[in-house]
Design a protein around this ligand. Structure first.
Ligand code: G3P
Ligand code: MG
Length: 268
C-alpha cells in the first residue's frame, strides 16, 4: 500500500514517471517508478479530439511522439497508435490510473482546463485511487472543487523562482522554442508578476492541501511560510540528489523528480 503524500516523512513522486530512464508520460515510465518504490507519480493531462483525458505534457505531440500536430486534433485511437517511445502510444488517464490504483498516489496535473469534467468522470471510476490535482490554470482548480468537492488541490506556482531561468531550462529540455514562448507568456502573466503571497492566498481561499512549487530559489523560509499557512510543500522538479536532501531538510513534504530511485536514496 502506498504511503500517502500527506503522511510520508517526505514523499517521492516521479515526474512524468521515472522519466530519467523511460520515455516521459508512458506506462513504462510509470511502471518503472512503481518498481523503484516511489510514493507517487506526476502526470500531465490534455483532452483528445473525442474528449478523452490523455497523458501528454505539451499541447502538440511533436516532441514526445512520431506524430505532428495539436494533441486535441487526434482521437484517442489515433493517439494510441502513435509511438511515444517504449513501444507504446500516448496513454489515456484511465490506463495510468489503473496501473497506479493501490500502488502510488497520482498527481493529476491539468494542462488543458477544458479537460476538468472528463477528468472528474475518469477518477470517479477508481474509488481506491489516492490522487491529488494540480494546475498552473488556477480557475481549473476552482472548477475541480465545484465538480468534485473532496478534491485535494495543489495550485502550481513558480514561487520565488525566476521565470527566465525556467524558460532556459525548458529550451534546454528540448521543448520547441515557439511553444516555450507561448507557455511563458501565459505563465509570466499569471504567476510571474503575482509572486509567492498571492499563490498562498489563493491556495488558502480554495481550501487547497498544498502548493506545488518550483524548486528554484526555494528554501526553509518559504517552506516555513507554506506550512504556516496550513499547506503542504510539494516541490518540483529536483533531479540533483544533494539538492533533494537540502530541500527535505528544509521541510519539503514531497519532492517530484525525474529520478525517483536517486531521490529515494536520500531517505535511506
Ligand atoms: O507538476 C509539476 C511540474 O510537472 C510542472 O511543470 O512543465 O513539468 O508540467 P511541467
Ligand atoms: Mg507536469
Amino acid at each position: 500500500e502506498a504511503e500517502s503524500l500527506a503522511t510520508a516523512r517526505f514523499a517521492v513522486a516521479a515526474h512524468r514517471g521515472a522519466s530519467i530512464e523511460r520515455p516521459e508520460n508512458t506506462l513504462a515510465a510509470f511502471a518503472a517508478a512503481i518498481a523503484h518504490g516511489a510514493d507517487g507519480i506526476e502526470l500531465d493531462v490534455a483532452l483528445s479530439a473525442d474528449g478523452v483525458p490523455v497523458v501528454v505534457h505539451d499541447d502538440t505531440v511533436d516532441r514526445t511522439t512520431d506524430g505532428h500536430g495539436p494533441v486535441d486534433g487526434f482521437t484517442v485511437a489515433q493517439l494510441a497508435a502513435l509511438d511515444a517511445g517504449a513501444g507504446e502510444g500516448v496513454p489515456t488517464l484511465a490506463e495510468v490510473l489503473a496501473l497506479a490504483e493501490g500502488r502510488v498516489e497520482v498527481n493529476i496535473e491539468i494542462k488543458a482546463p477544458v479537460a476538468v469534467p472528463a477528468v472528474v468522470e475518469v477518477v470517479t471510476g477508481f474509488p481506491d485511487l489516492a490522487w491529488i490535482v494540480s494546475s498552473f490554470h488556477w480557475p481549473a482548480l476552482v472548477e475541480m472543487r465545484e465538480r468534485a468537492p473532496q478534491s485535494r488541490l495543489y495550485p502550481l506556482t513558480l514561487g520565488v523562482g525566476d521565470p527566465e531561468v525556467m524558460r532556459r531550462h525548458a529550451v534546454e529540455a528540448g521543448h520547441p522554442a515557439d511553444r516555450v514562448e507561448a507557455w511563458f507568456t501565459v505563465l509570466v502573466e499569471q504567476l510571474g508578476k503575482a509572486g509567492f503571497e498571492p499563490a498562498l492566498a489563493f491556495a488558502e481561499r480554495i481550501g487547497a492541501e498544498g502548493l506545488s512549487i518550483w524548486e528554484d530559489s526555494l528554501g526553509a523560509p518559504e517552506i516555513d511560510r507554506i506550512h504556516a499557512a496550513g499547506l503542504r510543500a510539494y516541490v518540483w522538479t529536483v533531479n540533483d540528489v544533494a539538492r533533494a536532501r537540502d530541500l527535505a531538510d528544509a521541510g519539503a513534504d514531497a519532492i517530484c523528480t525525474d529520478d525517483p530511485a536517486g531521490v529515494l536514496s536520500v531517505r535511506g
